[in-house]
Ligand binder design. Structure first.
Ligand code: NAD
Ligand code: TDX
Length: 345
């Protein structure tokens, strides 16, 4: 792989795609706060997961601009990228269970959309393209060990396969066209504004309304949880100081079996464990993820800062205080998805 000089610097105008979603909205807030001289354009299609309410506080900031649109729309991205230095691509279909119910949208956005965005970035000589990827591209671990950047890709779900395909396209655009590309692969995020289809907000949402908490399989699948703000600081470090063509794993060394997370949530909310309902397992369910992020620490001096118990406590508190947000996003389309995913399970 061609290794080019790192950019070592701030960017004047940054395109963030998928910025109305969970992690993208936290990243935009971080940029506006920490890099106040940079302009930030948020391109988001506003799918079921995109919510402009997540960035209400940014709306009046003159350095922030929102554009509704698809990363796969070449005409639109050609216009936008003519005046952008860097692209941070969060836009994706992001939920594994939905990729099992219907993989098409994942192929379209995560693969075709990313390829078109890479292509237009190349044509416009964008200085840096950061692809926000996931630890799921490495597949599943046994009881021991952790994913490093050299672990072979072995995705198991349509979601992770589509993310791995996007990573390989990023690699190819770097290798073949010398586009400055960096890739981050992070473990499971938690924090405010996460759509309640994902484990932690779903369990908070159900527990507080005394609905059953659907735990897949034996509940002993292990995930490595990181606070979304720690992830976003890691992305910024890679954007500004990562080596072109390199991959960076981001994680918090914080592994938990799902059942323990669910019990922690019930305990915080003072709800009974009798709400737990073991349901049929997710097909192809990866058993364990764990991330070795020593490259981030050694090369970019990045470390996670947020303690899990405190982060989870504050996250639960956020959901309790933002009942209106939760109610709005769990109406309409979400109800249809919930019915398909969880009835007769
Ligand atoms: P999310 O589902 O909350 O947000 C995705 C956003 O992308 C939404 O705002 C949606 O409207 C937008 N979007 C979807 N298709 C689009 C398109 N074609 N064009 C423009 N915008 C589009 O997802 P998230 O959890 O914030 O994840 C963001 C990124 O981080 C994804 O690429 C995901 O693979 C990756 N990631 C997520 C996690 C996690 O734990 N959530 C962990 C590691 C990596
Ligand atoms: O109802 C549920 N019951 C349950 O037991 C749900 C929604 C999940 N689970 C389990 C499945 C997983 O083992 O909890 C674990 C976490 O599930 P998700 O929140 O769906 O996350 P995961 O499948 O691990 O993927 C997440 O992390 C990596 C994100 O959704 C991805 O976008 C990211 O790439």
């Amino acid at each position: 792989m061609v290794i080019m000089k790192n950019t070592n610097g701030n960017f004047q105008r940054i395109l963030v795609t998928g910025g109305a979603g969970f992690i993208g909205s936290h990243f935009i807030r971080l940029l506006l706060n920490e890099r106040p001289s940079s302009e930030v354009i948020n391109l988001d299609l506003l799918t079921y997961a995109g919510n402009l309410e997540n960035l209400k506080d940014a709306e009046s900031n003159p350095k922030y601009k929102f554009i509704k649109g698809d990363i796969g729309n070449r005409e639109l991205t050609t216009q936008i990228l003519s005046e952008v230095d860097a692209v941070v691509n969060f836009a994706a279909e992001s939920h594994v269970d939905r990729s099992i119910l219907g993989p098409e949208a994942f192929i379209q956005t995560n693969i075709v959309g990313t390829q078109r965005l890479l292509d237009v970035s190349k044509q416009n000589k964008v200085k840096r393209f950061l692809q926000v990827s996931t630890d799921e591209v490495y597949g599943s671990l046994g009881a021991e060990g952790a994913f490093t950047e050299d672990t072979p890709l072995a995705p198991n779900s349509p979601y992770s396969a589509s993310k791995a395909a996007a990573d390989l396209l990023c690699r190819a655009y770097h290798h073949t066209f010398a586009l400055d590309v960096v890739i981050t692969r992070c473990s499971n995020n938690y924090g405010p504004n996460q759509f309640p289809e994902k484990l932690i907000p779903l369990m908070i949402s159900n527990a507080r309304s005394d609905k059953p908490l659907p735990v897949y399989g034996d509940g002993l699948n292990v995930r490595d949880w990181i606070h979304v703000e720690d992830h976003c600081r890691g992305i910024l470090a890679v954007l500004e100081n990562g080596q072109s063509g390199e991959v960076y794993n981001i994680g918090s060394n914080n592994e938990w079996p799902n059942i323990q997370i669910v019990k922690k949530i019930l305990n915080e909310l003072k709800k009974p464990e009798s709400l737990i309902k073991f349901v049929a397992d997710r097909p192809g369910h990866d058993r364990r993820y764990a991330i070795n992020s020593s490259k981030m620490k050694n090369q970019l001096n990045w470390e996670p800062k947020i303690d899990f118990s405190e982060g989870l406590h504050k996250t639960i508190d956020w959901y309790l205080k933002n009942d209106a947000w939760l109610r709005r996003v769990t109406s309409g389309e979400y109800l249809k998805y919930y019915e398909t995913q969880y009835s007769n399970r």
